[in-house]
Design a protein around this ligand. Structure first.
Ligand SMILES: NC(=O)c1ccc[n+]([C@@H]2O[C@H](COP(=O)([O-])OP(=O)(O)OC[C@H]3O[C@@H](n4cnc5c(N)ncnc54)[C@H](O)[C@@H]3O)[C@@H](O)[C@H]2O)c1
Length: 258
């Protein structure tokens, strides 16, 4: 991954996205930032980067970021689909929260891919790095909308990679557990769950993402334990579910339907 490449980072206004954007810029990549939070403009000033403020999950929002990045960068070499949300608790998660989770955590990646792939297939190269979550491989107690939609993000990334890897398209999924960001700070009763295996800093996740650009492997796992959990789940689903249920009972997470 050399200097001069052009990269887009969504959800760059905070946490992991901000750390990835800073890391890329420090390595000499040209970055375009996107976030729904206008505070992202401070980072754009710091990095001298172009910025799109708006919802990257909608079709129109994704198209705006794509157009700005194409103009600024000429070619988009890497797209970090990092924006994500965690909404709702248990079966009390509302229709609205399910809808928004699906839009941001799944459909944003679909919409970005629809814009990017025609160009990348013509060039014979391109890289999509999706910030999914360990919740997309395992589950997140207390948060069904997050668990389901992050599984959707991983599934879409797998589908893209399985379909296009022979045509020069690299797809990767970053799947962290707890990371010290605004999302973790606002996790409320999920905080003990998200931190029980140790937390990483956003800079550590950005470092893993940066290393991931060199190795091309599909999964980027900032918490190495996740690989062991996935193996345990695959080899004994019922044992894994029973273990998760014991954790649920200990934590007593709420969210029963009203
Ligand atoms: N923090 C963790 O413990 C953790 C663990 C695993 C995965 N993740 C994932 O990492 C990614 C980054 O999250 P974070 O922890 O840095 O949280 P964060 O809340 O600090 O940052 C997320 C950013 O995404 C932006 N965003 C959300 N929806 C958007 C939209 N529709 N359009 C544009 N921008 C939008 C937010 O404004 C925010 O700046 C998310 O996809 C999250 O699910 C986080």
């Amino acid at each position: 991954m050399g200097p001069g490449l052009g990269a887009v980072v969504t959800g760059a206004g905070s946490g992991i996205g901000r750390a990835i954007a800073r890391r890329l810029a420090s390595e000499g990549l040209r970055v375009v930032l996107a976030d729904v939070d206008p505070a992202v403009t401070a980072l754009a000033d710091e990095l001298g980067a172009a910025v799109a403020v708006g919802n990257v999950a909608s079709e129109a929002g994704a198209a705006r970021v794509f157009a700005l990045a194409s103009e600024e960068l000429g070619e988009i070499d890497i797209w970090f689909g990092n924006a994500g949300i965690e909404r709702g608790r248990g079966l009390a998660t509302s229709e609205h929260e399910w809808h928004d989770s699906y839009e941001v955590n799944v459909l944003a990646h679909v919409r970005a891919a629809r814009l990017l792939l025609p160009h990348w297939l013509e060039r014979g190269r391109g890289r999509l790095v999706i910030t999914a979550s360990a919740a997309g491989l395992l589950t997140m107690l207390g948060s069904p909308a997050y668990s389901v939609t992050k599984h959707g993000a991983v599934a879409f990334a797998e589908w893209l990679s399985a379909t296009y890897r022979h045509r020069g398209i690299v797809v990767q999924a970053i799947c962290p557990q707890g990371v010290q960001t605004r999302m973790l700070e606002s996790a409320g009763e999920l905080h003990p769950l998200m931190t029980r295996d140790g937390i990483r800093t956003a800079d550590e996740v950005a470092e893993a993402a940066w290393q991931g650009l060199a190795h091309d492997r599909f999964f980027v796992l900032p918490h190495p334990k996740v690989a062991r959990y996935v193996q345990a789940k695959a080899s004994d689903e019922d044992g894994w579910l029973a273990g998760m249920n014991r954790i649920q009972q200990r934590l007593g997470l709420t969210g029963d339907p009203a």
